[in-house]
Design a protein around this ligand. Structure first.
Ligand code: SAM
Length: 330
């Protein structure tokens, strides 16, 4: 039986696996109620202004071989790059000039970037900005060193809660990734995590377990992204991840995790024109603007060669369409 959420505040105590599976499949009126509830929670917890992040994709070298990603080490057709310290700091200045307070540095898993990051992190902190990193699984000492130098936050998505599925597509143990998440939290980072919707052989049960895993981590940020079939990967012929399952996941994250920062990711827009607006309407409250220079952007092949690149104009328009405001950064 489908029970409408209307007139009935969502009861987190009832958020067991079968309830999550029911809500993941919400369509029509139930889905609209779910989104309305997510927006109400966002407002109630005072997180209904949209946080902007400025991302710089600093290197596309990667040690890993994730089947969904064209930056995988064994892709011989990708021209590799690593930005210089000067290039990165000059882009950070552009981010600050755009009145964005978060410098978000993302890359493949590239140990050779670590030395330059030791110089970059303190320089960004001197500019009064938050340093958000998304650089993959690194030794605990490296995370500790970056934290000591001023890094504030780190995103490491678990991608899927299924150890078998993770091992099958990423070829390394999920346990190691989760240990990294724990280390980052213990070191005092604000930590983000999340899942991908639409991986091969992924079931509704897996997706419900993803949500339960995210809740158990108690992250500061959480995301859900539809899978994007990427050229030059073993999964290039798989279908796109399901938009509604992803939006419903975002809404459940919002209702359960209350004041978390939840991005409406560019992969939503790639899956469906207007997808990021739908993400904001489902309870998200972060947009990430891409500041990677044009010459390198196409080589940062995370979603597809024709990925959707979020500009400041697109972000501001989307926020206005959602009837929201930008959170003042400084
Ligand atoms: N290398 C770091 C790591 O593994 O955490 C950070 C960069 S990685 C490219 C950033 C995120 O992109 C991954 O966590 C994954 O969720 C996402 N991603 C990459 N390719 C994707 C695809 N084809 N579809 C959906 N998400 C993808």
């Amino acid at each position: 039986m489908v029970i409408s959420l209307k007139h009935q505040r969502f009861n987190i105590g009832k958020l067991d696996k079968s309830e999550i599976i029911r809500l993941l499949q919400a369509q029509g009126e139930l889905q609209q109620d779910l989104f309305r509830e997510a927006r109400a929670v966002r407002e109630e917890y005072g997180v209904d202004e949209v946080t902007l992040r400025g991302v710089i994709e600093i290197s596309n070298f990667c040690q890993k071989n994730c089947d969904y990603c064209a930056m995988r080490a064994s892709n011989p057709n990708l021209e590799r790059y690593r930005l210089s310290i000067e290039e990165i700091l000059s882009i950070v200045d552009q981010i600050k000039a755009a009145n964005i307070g978060i410098a978000f540095l993302q890359s493949g898993q590239d140990p050779r970037e670590d030395e330059m990051l030791e110089q970059i992190i303190p320089e960004i902190k001197k500019k009064g900005m938050e340093v958000l990193l998304c650089l993959g699984e690194k030794p605990q000492e490296t995370y500790a060193n970056f934290a000591r130098l001023g890094a504030d936050s780190y995103i490491l998505k678990f991608e899927t809660s299924s150890p078998d599925l993770y091992k099958h597509i990423a070829h390394t143990p999920l346990e190691k990734r989760l240990e990294c998440v724990k280390s980052l939290q213990n070191l005092g980072y604000r930590v983000g995590t999340g899942n991908i919707v639409g991986l091969p052989n992924q079931t509704l049960e897996h997706l419900a377990d993803d949500i339960l895993l995210a809740l158990s981590i108690k992250p500061d940020f959480v995301s859900s992204s539809p899978f994007i079939p990427n050229q030059e990967t073993p999964l290039e012929s798989l279908a796109y991840g399901n938009l509604n399952l992803t939006l419903n996941t975002l809404a459940i994250y919002r209702i359960a995790l209350k004041n978390c920062l939840i991005p409406s990711v560019s992969a939503l827009e790639k899956t469906y024109k207007g997808g990021q607006l739908m993400g904001l309407n489902a309870g998200a409250n972060v947009l990430t603007i891409n500041f990677t220079p044009d010459t390198f952007r196409n080589k940062y092949a995370i979603y597809s060669k024709q990925r959707f690149v979020v500009s400041l104009e697109h972000a501001l328009r989307t926020i206005e369409q959602a009837g929201l405001k930008v959170k003042s950064p400084f």
